[in-house]
Write a protein that binds this ligand. Structure first.
Ligand code: ZN
Length: 107
């Protein structure tokens, strides 16, 4: 299944069934943020504003990579893979690792 076209000017409500997958170089943890939760907490913003404000709770840096993933029933360690994922924030320059393979020991 191919990703639909995404534009950072889209609002969160344009992608209500998706989630953000957020990683930070400071930690192996993968954080899943449902779009619906972002809307509840921060209102219906354009993605570019949301991405600009993302901050790692551990190191206060800008997390990367960030993916928009489909499949709101996905549970990240045990569920099926996402139907598709879009890279919103690129992987840091150290290279791509485990693109959509959640680390099973990252708890
Ligand atoms: Zn961090």
């Amino acid at each position: 299944m191919h990703p639909p076209s995404f534009d950072p000017r889209h609002r969160l409500s344009d992608w209500p069934a998706c989630s953000l997958e957020v990683r930070c170089p400071c930690s192996p943890r993968l954080t899943i943020i449902p779009i619906r939760l972002l809307i509840e907490r921060h209102g219906d913003r354009p993605f570019q504003g949301v991405l600009a404000r993302l901050q790692c709770s551990t190191c206060k840096g800008r997390p990367a990579p960030v993916y928009l993933v489909a499949g709101h029933n996905r549970t990240f360690m045990y569920g099926p893979p996402a139907e598709w994922a879009l890279e919103l924030v690129p992987v840091p320059s150290s290279g791509r690792t485990g693109l959509l393979s959640p680390n099973p020991s990252g708890n």
